[in-house]
Design a protein around this ligand. Structure first.
Ligand code: ASP
Ligand code: MG
Length: 447
């Protein structure tokens, strides 16, 4: 079986929903657990309407509730033709929206919005989108059943950001699996679960990727597919480099490294339950379903050298410290790190010897005064080159560094540091001059 998760932008309106139906229709004879997010923008609206209710702003609250209701009813009206199915779908949406409105009246009266209630409110978004989708799929002849994720995803009672109880979830998912005897597709909600008392919980904003991975793990899926609106993980930020292309296969740790350096990739933690159990995760584009996207594997058994992606972190601070007394370098290093952690600065990288210390910190720092000595900072850019096995093959590695050198010379860039962070990552520290051309050049040469 496969888990397919579609995010909010993939179920935003009637056209998107029909597109998902099309994708499913091409998956003949496969057993699919379909995990859907709320329609795009709805989770934010639920947050807004809750705070309007809390502040007893009846008019705004009413406007927002009406918007939520009509967005879903419009999808039904545009997509469903069969009058019986349409009636049932409208009834479901209206019932859910009435329930939501009642809950919001409660919030207004109590003048209190506790996390437990917020989670119940959040759940309406996913319940609405999955119910509508169920009826649309039904009308298109798919063998589908709707299931409430709260009966399967079991969590602790840490409302707004609950933790999965793996064993209980697995047990409940065994029951869910049995539905595949009668149905090809089970549609359920991302993001929501329930605690031991049956109270609705949520996994934190953006939590439906985690739901997909948890379901996939509990049901031993062959693969988890995260359908979104980009062609997988890209070789660079497309706003910076229009030629950025998708990376066909990559290791989980590479995704983590990219996320660490600020690439806009999915939150690596969310797919960890799948990766830990060697279930591959594919990132696919619902608006370009033919595109191969990216497969993320827990490990890749390859010795070849390749460059996957260039990630740029602009405006970091570099602290360079010369050590007067070489015996003191650990003391100095400890004081600086203590200062950074006390002031919530995020250390990205450090190199030191008993002669000098150099630290790269995320964001723009002021000069630092430690033990009455000023440590001057300079603003720099970090370029992170992530790939495979850079250090395995010295010939391949020198080709890469030669290309980098060529680009540096070509762009008159000042190199402040070049570090092999791991055999899969090279870090370049470049002075703060405009680096866009340099990055374009490196991308073109290496990818
Ligand atoms: N609907 C939720 C959110 O917008 C969860 C998700 O889509 O992942 O945060
Ligand atoms: Mg998301």
């Amino acid at each position: 079986m496969y888990v397919l998760k579609f995010g909010g932008s993939s179920v935003a309106d009637s056209k998107c929903m029909l597109n998902v139906v099309d994708i499913l229709r091409k998956r003949n004879n496969e057993k699919i657990l379909l995990v859907l997010s709320a329609c795009q923008g709805i989770t934010n609206k639920l947050e807004q309407v809750s705070s309007e209710a809390l502040n007893n702003n009846k008019e705004n609250s009413k406007i927002l509730c009406d918007e939520i209701r009509s967005l879903h009813l419009n999808i039904i009206n545009y997509t469903l033709k069969n009058s019986r199915i349409k009636r049932n779908a409208c009834y479901k949406v209206n019932t859910l929206c009435d329930e939501l409105e009642n809950l919001l009246v409660g919030v207004s009266l109590l003048k209190e919005l506790i996390p437990q209630v917020m989670d119940r409110i959040y759940a309406f978004g996913e319940c609405l989108s999955t119910n509508i989708f169920y009826y649309i799929a039904l009308e298109h002849g798919l063998k589908i059943i709707w299931k409430d994720a709260r009966n399967f995803i079991k969590t602790d009672s840490n409302f707004l950001s609950a933790n999965i109880l793996e064993q209980q979830t697995k047990e409940h998912c065994k029951e869910l699996y049995k539905e595949f005897n009668n149905y090809d597709i089970i549609v359920t909600q991302g993001f929501i679960g329930s605690d031991e008392f049956g109270h609705t919980t949520t996994l934190g904003r953006g939590g439906s990727d985690l739901s997909a991975a948890v379901f996939g793990n509990a049901m031993s899926a062959e693969c988890i597919e995260i359908w979104t609106d980009v062609n997988g993980v890209l070789s660079a930020d497309p706003r910076l480099i229009s030629e950025a292309k998708s990376i066909p296969v990559m290791r989980y740790t590479t995704v983590k490294e990219m996320a660490f350096w600020g690439a806009k990739v999915l939150h690596p933690k969310t797919i960890l339950p799948a990766i830990k159990n060697n279930i591959p995760v594919k990132i696919l584009n619902s608006f370009e379903p033919e595109n191969q996207g990216t497969i993320i594997e827990s490990e890749l058994y390859s010795n070849s050298t390749s460059v996957h992606s260039i990630v740029v972190k602009q405006k970091c601070s570099m602290l360079s410290i010369a050590i007067d007394e070489s015996s003191k370098y650990i003391e100095v290093l400890t004081s600086v790190i203590k200062y950074l952690s006390e002031n919530d600065f995020h250390l990205l990288y450090s190199v030191y010897s008993n002669q000098s210390i150099s630290l790269i910190v995320d964001g723009e720092l002021n000069d630092v005064i430690i033990d009455n000595k000023t440590i001057y900072r300079s603003i720099v850019n970090a370029i992170c080159i992530v790939g495979e096995n850079f250090t395995n093959n010295i010939e391949e590695f020198s080709k890469i560094t030669n290309s980098i050198n060529y680009c540096l010379i070509n762009n008159h860039s000042k190199l402040l540091g070049m570090h092999i962070i791991s055999k899969h990552t090279i870090l370049l520290i470049i002075d703060s001059s405009n680096i866009n051309m340099l990055v374009k050049d490196i991308h073109q040469k290496l990818i």
